[in-house]
Design a protein around this ligand. Sequence first.
Ligand code: PAF
Length: 246
Amino acid sequence: MLVITTVKELQESVRKVKADGKSVGLVPTMGALHNGHLSLIKRARKENDVVVCSIFVNPVQFNNPEDLRKYPRTLDRDVEFIHDYADIVFAPSAEEVFPVPPTETYHYGVVEQVMEGAARPGHFNGVGVIVRRLLDWVQPDRAYFGEKDYQQIAVIRELVRQCNISTTIVPCPIVREDSGLALSSRNRLLTAHELEITPNIYRILQESKNQPDVPEIKHFVETEIAKYPEFQLDYFEVTDDTTLQP
Ligand code: PAF
């Protein structure tokens, strides 16, 4: 496995691979890798000759400086974790990716105006900025994203459509702990007590399926979540799976 840190090396490595007629799969990540990321990398491995995994905590997609400061950074461990599955790891510095502050702006229409788009202003623009650059540099045949961030996939699909990018976006299923907790890099920040109670989120979602209609489902989830003083619900929505409208 090759670990590289510059855009020039990345482009050269990919150019060589493509000159040999090989297909390339890209798995963009922000590191603190877990089995959810590994499932994307393994899928990319199956469907492409060469797998590139990027590891970059993208500052421009954080609208909360404290969240950026606390985001787990475990590069050495990450490299070891995916050693047998990825061919190229691209782990650049912020200066390498953004030699000057980025000024691009993206508009994704209705899919960005709800949920995370409404709750985290600028977040999806920052995602678009980094994903567009990675797709430009690697020009992969396929790029892999986890359905845990379902709205992010909708936004990236729209980005790819608007910019006529030929990469196929491949959504991959959520991977969960046995407890039902969805794997996430930020789970490392949870206390023992929080880890104990968070599986209730999945349990409540599963149980909500027994409710007869959308208003009852919303009421059920909001009421059940409110039983845990540790949880603070930002939003719960039932939406169309393409437009993401309620
Ligand atoms: O899903 C993530 O980890 C990030 O949003 C991504 C796609 C790697 C862009 O920084």
